[in-house]
Design a protein around this ligand. Structure first.
Ligand SMILES: Cc1cc2nc3c(=O)[nH]c(=O)nc-3n(C[C@H](O)[C@H](O)[C@H](O)COP(=O)(O)O)c2cc1C
Length: 335
């Protein structure tokens, strides 16, 4: 039986407790406390880890896969990439070298092997460790303040995976077209009862951060009423308020390329957080294949595959962190 409850206590990690003189497996487990603070679609936290010495296998937890919203597992793999990036940033912070393998057609999707005698990769020293416990997704309207070119360059430089490109859309006309697409995507997704039921379920767990009562009311409303028009209006306004809409694109939909997309996104999100820039992923356009293709056309990138879309800008602070399940829930013994 699963006895773990969602908690916000996981956000309070004392880095001074890192067991620098402990076994490599103890160190690996400590690093995973940072991995689980990663963002994930609906806060589904779709990861599982098997630790053996310094070897950390990262598995997709299919029982937390959003099969209605994310039938081709794009968001699942992007979320895993976010967790892997937190893990690697934490390893580098504690001066641990590591190697990373990806497996497209097998589980685990990735293995991170800690190499205590090696130096961390030098191209990964973005100094983002402190932002891991500070970052939140920001769902609020953004202010009409531009993000400076210098800062945009800094964020662009976070995308270092060869397979991943970033488009930063500042053009108001293009922003308006994306806002219209967002409204249509919301209408379509929320007209789908399976999508509504799944979203309602996740709201009901409290994973999205509401109190128990608010979560249960939210679950009932979303599961049983067609709230599409309201969401469409709200979300298209959110897009319009954003000085930048960012889209990560790739040439392939391979699972590991999506994992790499997640790593790029998380690095960029942490850099943004460190600079006080708000970040808000919005997935509905990408969840509808025809609309995803329309987005590529709008971006004048017919050959590129949009993998992740998010708003960037300035906003008031979110009320606080969303909860996570404790690390123990995600640790799986090798069978
Ligand atoms: C792949 C992916 C897709 C996401 N899609 C959305 C989205 O469509 N709308 C939204 O409000 N948040 C979206 N999010 C943000 C998550 O809801 C958020 O990460 C999660 O609730 C945990 O909260 P936190 O990021 O504040 O820690 C997405 C995050 C990821 C990684």
């Amino acid at each position: 039986m699963d006895t773990h409850d969602l908690t916000k206590d996981v956000w309070r990690i004392d880095a001074a407790e890192f067991p620098a003189d402990g076994s490599i497996e103890k160190r690996a487990r400590f690093l995973l406390r940072y991995a689980i603070l990663a963002p994930s679609s609906h806060n589904s936290q779709p990861w599982a880890f098997t630790v053996d010495g310094g070897s950390i296998e990262i598995h997709a937890a299919e029982d937390r896969w959003l099969d209605a919203a994310d039938p081709d597992k794009r968001e699942l793999y992007v979320s895993l990439g976010c967790a892997i990036e937190n893990l690697c940033i934490a390893a580098a912070h504690f001066d641990l070298g590591y190697e990373i393998e990806y497996h497209d057609d097998a589980t685990p999707i990735s293995v991170v092997t800690l190499r205590p005698d090696a130096k961390p990769p030098s191209d990964r020293s973005f100094g983002l460790f402190g932002a891991i416990t500070e970052r939140t997704t920001n769902h609020l309207p953004f202010e009409a303040t531009a993000v400076s070119d210098a800062l945009l360059e800094q964020l662009r430089a976070c995308v270092i995976e060869d397979d991943v490109s970033v488009r930063l859309v500042a053009d108001p006309e293009l922003n308006e077209s994306i806002a219209a697409l967002q409204a249509e995507a919301d209408q379509r997704q929320l007209a789908d009862s399976a999508y509504r039921r799944e979203l309602g379920y996740w709201i009901g767990t409290g994973a999205l951060g509401d109190s128990w009562l608010k979560a249960r009311i939210g679950q009932a409303v979303v599961s049983h009423l067609n709230v599409g028009s309201r969401e469409a209006q709200k979300n298209s306004k959110l897009v319009r308020s954003a000085p930048i809409v960012a889209v990560l694109t790739t040439d392939s939909d391979a699972p590991t390329v999506r994992v790499e997309t997640g790593r790029s996104f998380q690095r960029l999100a942490l850099a943004a957080s460190a600079e006080g820039v708000a970040v808000h992923p919005m997935s509905q356009i990408l969840e509808r294949p025809a609309m995803r293709a329309e987005l590529a056309t709008l971006l004048d990138a017919d050959d590129a595959l949009p993998q992740h879309l998010f708003r960037l800008g300035y906003a008031a602070e979110e009320a606080g962190h969303t909860p996570r399940w404790p690390l123990e829930k995600f640790l799986v013994e090798r069978t």
